[in-house]
Design a protein around this ligand. Structure first.
Ligand code: ATP
Ligand code: MG
Length: 417
């Protein structure tokens, strides 16, 4: 079977979280390679991965696993000089370039030849047998020989992974998800640091069919390439809309955003989430001034994370393209934010928003909206998606990996303002 070496960041390994980190990374590697009969094993501080099928496909999937710093297809041989030199020679003969360099490393210091000496001997032998030249400064190909305990890995050509930390090692957050360009990128950045987002989307249509059959679910499926099994709560906007007719127009965005925050907070315990996230970028829109962000946050019982706070739009667009969400984000979609005023106040007073939220009985309104919500779950390993009323889905334990163990069906509780 084609074999790959997969390296993770040493920095992440400091401290007591090491076993958890490694368990999560191994699990996520296996998950990303579903259907390719993957075998993942740990050797001297790196993973060896065996997987069936096209190496290009395997490489594409490995590059979606957070925690992977780099990977390469390898030939594994026994740690004897003759076997190593035969494998190195085969690599050199297979390479198109005329110049090369050998890099040898020993994870197993009991190997009888030192790294420098091994590289020198291999280099001399390859040069003699192939007629190619050693070029230490600008080689056409670098051939690596990493001696581990019980085996040697020979490879050339490393590919970068996405870096970061394995998804699942940093807890869950309720992520306010609009399906614009920003919120999917924010989700990706949260996953990059090990968080698992549970998506929360507010929809305008009379029923959940419209968002279910739109870019909203397409984006969740695209992001599941990185995060695995994904859950989303679809919350109707209608209850809120009916209850807030006549609220001051210039406060509408801040008021609605406060409502979204409170809804996410109320949902958090059912999913074992310890934070709330948004795709806000400072001053990108009137609703995202520092004062309006403060009005959003006032009275929050959970920390609020804004991975894109300091990103320019161009930077966000570049990321969206590279992670594969940009095109879907541009698809036509009737968003509830489109109907709130285009000219909001840039300094909504936090205390005013809190007073209005109380007067309009947001706590009860949140409860009502949650009662009418839908849960969508997508499992990339099976390609299966499910949508069901939220309460029923929670009772069934349908949150899957997105749901905390031990709290199946825990009814969302609503705190006041
Ligand atoms: P995006 O590109 O993420 O849609 P935006 O530029 O449209 O962002 P806003 O509409 O002000 O900006 O939304 C800012 C943030 O508020 C979003 O990133 C998201 O976290 C949240 N949000 C906006 N609309 C919704 C929605 N319909 N459902 C859930 N969250 C939303
Ligand atoms: Mg935005």
């Amino acid at each position: 079977l084609p074999t790959y070496v997969v390296h993770y960041s040493e920095i992440a390994l400091k401290g007591r979280n090491r076993p958890e980190f490694l368990r999560a990374l191994r699990h996520n590697l296996q998950r990303a390679l579903h259907g390719l009969s993957p075998e993942v094993s740990l050797h001297d501080g790196r993973f060896l991965v065996e997987a069936e099928g096209d190496p290009a496909e395997t490489g594409r999937r490995l590059s979606t696993v957070f925690g992977v710093v780099w990977f390469a297809p390898v030939t594994t041989v026994s740690p004897s000089y003759d076997d190593i030199s035969a494998a190195v020679l085969a690599q050199a003969q297979g390479a198109i370039s005329r110049s090369f360099k050998i890099e040898a490393r020993r994870a197993d210091k009991s190997f009888q030849i030192g790294s420098q000496e091994l590289a020198r001997r291999l280099g001399a032998e390859v040069a003699e047998r192939t007629g190619k030249g050693v070029d230490l400064r600008d080689p056409g190909v670098v051939i690596h020989a990493d001696v581990l305990r019980g085996r040697c890995l020979v490879y050339s050509g490393r590919s970068s992974g996405p870096g970061g930390l394995p998804v699942g090692t940093a807890g869950r957050v309720m992520h306010l998800f609009s399906g614009g360009i920003d919120s999917p990128v924010a989700a990706w950045l949260l996953m990059k640091r090990g968080c698992r987002p549970v998506y929360v989307h507010f929809y305008l249509a009379p029923g959940p069919d419209y968002p279910l059959d739109s870019k909203i679910t397409r984006l969740v499926r695209a992001l599941s390439d990185y995060g695995g099994k994904s859950s989303m709560v679809l919350v109707p906007f209608a209850e809120y809309q009916a209850a807030t007719i006549g609220a001051p127009a210039e406060l509408e965005p801040s008021l609605f955003r406060r409502f979204m925050r409170m809804t996410a907070e109320a949902l958090a315990p059912s999913f074992g989430a310890s934070g709330i996230a948004t795709g806000d970028s400072l001053s990108q829109a009137a609703s995202q001034t520092i004062w309006n962000l403060a009005a959003f946050d006032e009275g929050a019982s959970l920390p609020i994370f804004r991975p894109l706070l300091t990103y320019d739009k161009e930077e966000i667009v570049t990321l969206a393209r590279s992670i594969g969400t940009y095109d879907a984000s541009l698809e036509e979609y009737k968003d509830c934010c489109a109907i709130v005023t285009r000219h909001p106040r840039t300094r909504a007073k936090a205390s005013l928003i809190s007073a209005l939220a109380k007067k309009l009985e947001f706590a009860a309104l949140v409860g009502k909206s949650i009662d009418l919500s839908t849960m969508y779950v997508f499992n990339p390993a099976t390609g299966e998606s499910r949508a069901a009323p939220l309460a029923a889905a929670l009772r069934r334990g349908d949150g899957g990996e997105g749901q905390a163990r031990g709290s199946p069906g825990a009814a969302p509780t609503v705190s006041s303002a």
